[in-house]
Design a protein around this ligand. Structure first.
Ligand SMILES: [Zn+2]
Length: 168
């Protein structure tokens, strides 16, 4: 998993090529090209290499960061139906181990009844159990996802209601 880019190292009055931006941010240059091609990072593509305005890059990364940082309490799940963090209905949730260090919390949204999922670290399970009642279940092979990456699930990549566990 790539490290998080650090927008604070970008100078807003500088112009960057994708390679330079990649070096400053500590990401792969292909990642920067992808931001331009697929994620609407503005760049001057009339010449090679492409040129990125430092201010644009900073703003782009700032938005990504905001998107990812949704306020979610440890015992809350993000409901895709409501587009809001929700405490599990009846303060009840199921937990299934998916790896030695993480698992999937599943609960119902109290507002819309949508099934909510959240990848949590096993270490945070006790803190969650202090807030809500969690039933620990055996792993179900059908819901173990191979690309499970509990420590860093970017918001954009989430499927269903999976969301990164916010640690305090
Ligand atoms: Zn809901």
């Amino acid at each position: 998993m790539a490290k998080r880019p650090s927008p604070s190292r970008i100078k807003i009055h500088s112009i960057y090529t994708p390679t330079e931006a990649a070096v400053v941010l500590g990401v792969h240059k292909q990642t920067v090209r992808r931001w331009i091609s697929h994620h609407s990072l503005p760049a001057d593509k009339t010449q090679r290499p492409w040129l990125i305005n430092g201010a644009d890059l900073k703003e782009f990364l700032g938005h990504r960061k905001q998107k990812r940082r949704r306020k979610l309490e440890l015992h809350q799940c993000f409901c895709l139906g409501c587009k809001e963090p929700r405490q599990p209905d009846g303060k009840l949730a199921d937990y299934v181990h998916q790896s030695p260090t993480s698992g999937m919390l599943t609960a119902l949204c109290p507002s819309c009844g949508c099934l909510m999922h959240k990848v949590i670290s096993r270490a945070s399970l006790e803190a969650i159990r202090a807030k809500i009642e969690v039933t620990i279940k055996r792993a179900d092979p059908r819901i173990v996802s191979p690309e499970d990456s509990p420590s860093n699930v970017p918001f954009e990549q989430e499927r269903e209601c999976d969301v990164k566990t916010q640690s305090k």
